[in-house]
Design a protein. Structure first.
Length: 143
C-alpha cells in the first residue's frame, strides 16, 4: 500500500471512486453565524453521510484499492468509533470481511453502528492504544 503523501491527481481519483457510493453533502449558510463571525460562512453537513462523519470517504477509498487477495483475507483495524464505522461500511459495500478492535467500554452507539454494517468486533484494552496493539497481534497470527 502506498503511504506517500497524496497528489492532486490522487485526490481527483479518490473523488471519482467515492462519488459512486456517497451523496454530495449539503452546504448551508446561516445568517446569524455570518453576523457573529463577520464573514460569509457555509457549514458542510457531514452528518448526512451514512456513518454520520466524513471519515467514510477514506474508508471507501482505502477498501476500493485493496488487491483481490487482501479483500479475500479481510481487514482488521482498531478504532474507538468513526474510523470503525468507515471501514465497516466500506467493507460492506465491497463484500470484504471486517474485524474491528475496540476498547472495552467503547461508545455503545458506535458499537451498534459498526455491528449494523456487518463488522465483527473484538474488545481489547481500556484505551485505544491497547486496542491498536491487539491489531498487530491479530495480523501476525493471520486473522
Amino acid at each position: 500500500m502506498n503511504l506517500e503523501r497524496p497528489t492532486f491527481k490522487d485526490i481527483l481519483a479518490a473523488r471519482q471512486i467515492i462519488s459512486r457510493y456517497l451523496p454530495k453533502t449539503p452546504l448551508y449558510n446561516y445568517p446569524q453565524l455570518d453576523q457573529l463571525l463577520d464573514a460569509k460562512v457555509y457549514v458542510k453537513h457531514e452528518n448526512h453521510m451514512p456513518t454520520g462523519a466524513f471519515k467514510v470517504r477514506g474508508g471507501i477509498n482505502l477498501i476500493s484499492h485493496l488487491p483481490p487477495e487482501q479483500r479475500e483475507r479481510g481487514v482488521v483495524t482498531a478504532s474507538t468509533g468513526n474510523h470503525a464505522q468507515s471501514i465497516a461500511y466500506a467493507c460492506a459495500l465491497h463484500g470484504v470481511r471486517a474485524t474491528i478492535v475496540m476498547p472495552e467500554g467503547a461508545n455503545p452507539v458506535k458499537v451498534k453502528a459498526v455491528r449494523g454494517f456487518g463488522a465483527d468486533i473484538i474488545f481489547r484494552g481500556k484505551i485505544f492504544d491497547e486496542s491498536r496493539r491487539t491489531v498487530g497481534t491479530l495480523i501476525h497470527v493471520g486473522l
